[in-house]
Write a protein that binds this ligand. Structure first.
Ligand SMILES: Cc1cc2nc3c(=O)[nH]c(=O)nc-3n(C[C@H](O)[C@H](O)[C@H](O)COP(=O)(O)OP(=O)(O)OC[C@H]3O[C@@H](n4cnc5c(N)ncnc54)[C@H](O)[C@@H]3O)c2cc1C
Length: 274
């Protein structure tokens, strides 16, 4: 993969953790395959995860009523975002592939990583009213989640105690990655890492290494393109709903049309265009 660049965004506080081991496998394997690898080790960097006036250099447009989105959009256009945000944005610009490695906390991203998304994916840089979803700025880039859980795969099944993992993934994979235009690769989920035998964890690391060897060839998860929605109300076009009228399943986890959720649509890619 000479010429391709990957960015590894890691959110774990402990170097002996399984998340660090997964990140290390990605670092070593991608390098061996000729990738140029950039890293954002968020705890090690002591990355600031809260939004504040300090994120903007120079004069604010309205210091009496600070509006984060307004001020950061302007600051992005005028090159006045704080240095730590700009450094992360430069890494994303350089990356063809972004891998997020983290432990699931409270059904989502650890707050440090969520804060990184909130501060780094500023309006203008990562999205705008004109550029979102299939028209987003990152359509030529791929992104994927690699995360560990405390709970088992069965607990995250459609009849499991925690509910269908596809529903859990929708806000992150659709609401963040697809929203900014990334081609979203199926996630790498390491279930119940603290509760399984050592050999099972070793096997997880080996499977991750195998997958990474040809990661660039993988097909992304399908989402509905923006042109299938009517504006300004942002709802599916009549013909798209009609074309799906006979199906037992909704089109996506979000656009389910009141039907059953499509099976495993957030954990596997398909060749079928939506
Ligand atoms: C605030 C909070 C909220 C949470 N919310 C959720 C939730 O909503 N849903 C959920 O399912 N879970 C949740 N959890 C659990 C959390 O997701 C798990 O604790 C986490 O995913 C475990 O990953 P780790 O890297 O921290 O594991 P670690 O504890 O670091 O590692 C697990 C095991 O792997 C071993 N290991 C490390 N390196 C290697 C290696 N190279 N080879 C083999 N073994 C190795 C370690 O020694 C350890 O025995 C939550 C936890 C916290 C703290």
């Amino acid at each position: 993969m000479a010429g391709k660049t990957a960015l590894l965004v890691l959110a774990h506080q402990e170097k002996t953790s399984f998340n660090y081991a997964m990140n290390d496998v990605a670092l070593q394997t991608l390098k061996q395959r000729g990738w140029n690898v950039l890293e954002s080790d968020l705890y090690a960097q002591k990355f600031k995860s809260t939004l504040s006036r300090d994120d903007i250099k120079g004069k604010l447009k309205d210091p009496n009523h600070f509006k984060y989105a307004v001020e950061t959009t302007l600051a992005w256009k005028e090159g006045r975002l704080s240095r730590d945000i700009v450094e992360e944005q430069k890494k994303i610009e350089a990356a063809d592939l972004v891998i997020f490695q983290f432990p699931m906390y409270w059904f989502g991203l650890p707050s440090l990583l969520k804060g990184w998304v909130e501060r780094v994916f500023t309006s203008g840089f990562a999205y705008s009213l004109q550029e979102m979803y299939s028209n987003g700025p990152f359509t030529n880039k791929k992104a994927m989640l690699s995360f560990t859980t405390g709970a088992s795969e069965s607990a995250f099944s459609p009849k499991g105690m925690h509910g269908d993992i596809n529903a859990v993934l929708w806000p992150i994979q659709n609401g963040i990655l697809n929203f900014c235009g990334f081609q979203v690769l199926p996630p790498q989920i390491s279930y119940a890492v603290s509760h399984i035998p050592q050999e099972a964890r070793t096997e997880m690391l080996e499977n991750w290494k195998k997958r990474l060897e040809n990661i660039w060839e993988e097909k992304p998860i399908q989402y509905i393109p923006v042109q299938d929605f009517d504006l300004p109300d942002c709802t599916l076009k009549k013909e798209i709903i009609e074309a799906n009228s006979e199906s037992r399943y909704g089109i996506t986890v979000g656009q389910h049309l009141g039907k059953a959720l499509p099976v495993d649509s957030q954990v596997k890619s398909t060749d079928t265009k939506l």
